[in-house]
Design a protein around this ligand. Structure first.
Ligand code: PEP
Ligand code: MN
Length: 340
């Protein structure tokens, strides 16, 4: 971190500022040029808030040279993280498809979709039991009952499950869930992030609707800081000025995450587009960009879906998309993880 001082700073105040940095456990490097005076901070600056330094009025500007995230940073951990969940490898060199309905709606629905996505080659079953809905009058999910139905679908098909948590109070209900999803709207729910950091469950962390890459990685850092290193990132589209699609898929998030972090990243083309016809092209883009997987919404009867029907593929459409995914994943020389 570099602290740039205003011109001609008072020597005594500079000395006090340097002493303050030393008290914080940092080493300093003082450099006085003809027009600029700079204090370089050496050591662990991840705990420092730039604004706390700006309170000194001899400071002109504070600039970070290293990212504030340590645990998830590739610089600290050059090898790709490859998680193993229910016998499936998740990370570089592998490819997983997480598929299922937006919400669990009935036993018949989740079982039919689970059987179908397994047959087409998905490696995980997704389905929301606790749903974060914009309107309190919309279907809120089947909650604990929905979790039971997901576990039943897991028992019958052998597909591991991923489902969203909305409150740390529900953590006990998620004991047999294979991957806990932390949704876009809760990406900065810090109490929940801390609680998930204390568990050892794999966490699928979705990017917030308007989260910067740094905020996204700092959310993952919360889980890491608590001791849980089992994190998968998910880009699901961000909000922009465009109104014709639900969100804008930020495809550059994939190479950016791969550069900045060692964590796996998957793409959710369903929430990104909000339209089923765009799921296949965006899935192709995801594979080409280097993503480690896809999360796709599939419903046995999208017209009657209680949530996100317009973006849900029906079962034959998912089969077609999966056939295409298989070819493209093979071209990328990645191993598709399936139920066999
Ligand atoms: C979901 O996966 O159904 C969901 C609510 O996703 P997001 O948090 O990305 O909106
Ligand atoms: Mn959904």
């Amino acid at each position: 971190m570099i602290v740039i001082l205003k011109p001609n700073p008072d020597k005594e105040r500079v000395a006090r500022l340097i002493e303050h940095f030393h008290d914080m456990g940092l080493n300093t490097n003082y450099s006085e040029g003809s027009s600029t005076t700079i204090i370089g901070l050496l050591g662990d600056t991840s705990r420092i808030d730039e604004n706390d330094i700006m309170v000194y009025d001899l400071v002109e500007r504070v600039q970070r040279v290293t990212e504030p995230f340590k645990g998830v940073n590739r610089k600290m951990h050059p090898q790709d993280t490859i998680l193993e969940v229910a016998g499936r490898k998740i990370g570089e060199g592998y490819f997983n498809v997480f598929a299922g309905p937006c919400s669990v709606e009935s036993e018949a629905q989740i079982l039919e979709v689970a059987e179908a996505v397994k047959k087409s080659g998905a490696s995980f079953l997704r389905g929301g039991a606790f749903k974060p809905r914009t309107s309190p009058y919309s279907f809120q999910g089947m909650e604990a009952e929905g979790l039971k139905l997901l576990l039943e679908a897991k028992r019958q098909t052998g597909l591991p499950i991923v489902t969203e948590i909305m409150s740390e109070k529900h953590l006990d209900l998620f004991a047999d869930v294979d991957i806990i999803q932390l949704g876009a709207r809760n990406m900065q729910n810090f109490m929940l992030l801390k609680e998930l950091g204390r568990s050892q469950k794999p966490i699928l962390l979705k990017r917030g609707l308007s989260a910067t890459m740094e905020e996204f990685l700092m959310a993952a850092e919360y889980i890491f800081a608590g001791g849980n290193h089992n994190v998968i990132l998910c880009e699901r589209g961000i909000r922009t000025f465009e109104t014709m699609i639900r969100n804008n898929l930020d495809i550059s998030a994939v190479p950016l995450v791969k550069t900045l972090s060692h964590l796996p990243i998957i793409i959710d083309p369903s929430h990104a587009a909000g339209k089923r016809d765009m799921v296949q092209p965006l899935s192709r883009a995801a594979i080409a960009s280097g993503a480690d997987g896809l999360m796709i919404e599939v419903h046995n009867d999208p017209k009657r879906a209680l949530c996100d029907g317009a973006q849900s593929l029906n079962i034959p459409m998912f089969e077609t998309v999966m056939a295409d995914v298989k070819r493209r994943v093979a071209f990328e020389e990645k191993q598709l993880q399936t139920c066999e």
